[in-house]
Design a protein around this ligand. Structure first.
Ligand SMILES: [Cu+2]
Length: 186
């Protein structure tokens, strides 16, 4: 019996040590948020498609492709039909789209500066999330978070997969981050 207790406490101690070793700085910022359910809608499908393609280009450190996808997104925002959205949400949507267009534009104009593209992508990601929560989505999205981006201030992005592929660090730190929130379709 005594032996078992000693073994158990040893196991607990090593578990504790392991947990502490596991990026202690980062886990403090890894706030898991309650999942949200949005309406099923195709209103934002083109935006989601091109946002995700842009995210993948940044994962691949492909600033040139990111720039052309930034242009596509810019066009998607321009084409977005506000009139079919609920009246009381049109103003807020218009503001989100105005901001998001600006970030998409900067991404399109900085094909030689991936760091700058990533700065805009971080805010763009927030805009796309805010947009989708209002308009609804045609697919489940996961918000992932990299605690190390921007001098450990962290940065979030959206993905259709729970697998981490980091658009802020690309090949330098492909798997840094964790899923923070699920945005699923009702
Ligand atoms: Cu800029």
């Amino acid at each position: 019996m005594r032996k078992i207790i000693i073994l158990l406490s040893l196991a607990l101690i090593s578990l504790g040590a392991f947990a502490q070793h596991d990026h202690s700085k980062m886990t403090t910022k890894k706030k898991v948020q309650p999942s949200v359910k949005v309406e099923h809608s195709k209103s934002a499908s083109a935006i989601i498609d091109n946002y995700l393609a842009l995210k993948d280009a940044l994962v691949k450190d492909d600033s040139k492709n990111a720039a052309s996808l930034g242009k596509k997104l810019f066009d998607d925002f321009a084409k977005f039909d506000l009139s079919v959205q609920a009246k009381q949400q049109q103003n807020e949507l218009a503001e989100i789209i105005e901001d998001a267009s600006e970030h998409a534009k900067h991404i399109s104009e900085n094909s030689k500066d991936i760091g700058h593209q990533r700065e805009h992508f971080e805010i763009l990601s927030k805009d796309v999330k805010d947009l989708v929560i209002i308009t609804g989505s045609d697919r489940t999205l996961y918000q992932a978070f990299c605690p190390m981006y921007n001098n450990n201030k962290g940065g979030a992005w959206l993905s259709t997969s729970k697998e981490i592929r980091n658009p802020y660090f690309g090949s330098k730190m492909l798997k840094c981050g964790s899923v923070q929130q699920e945005i699923s379709v009702k």
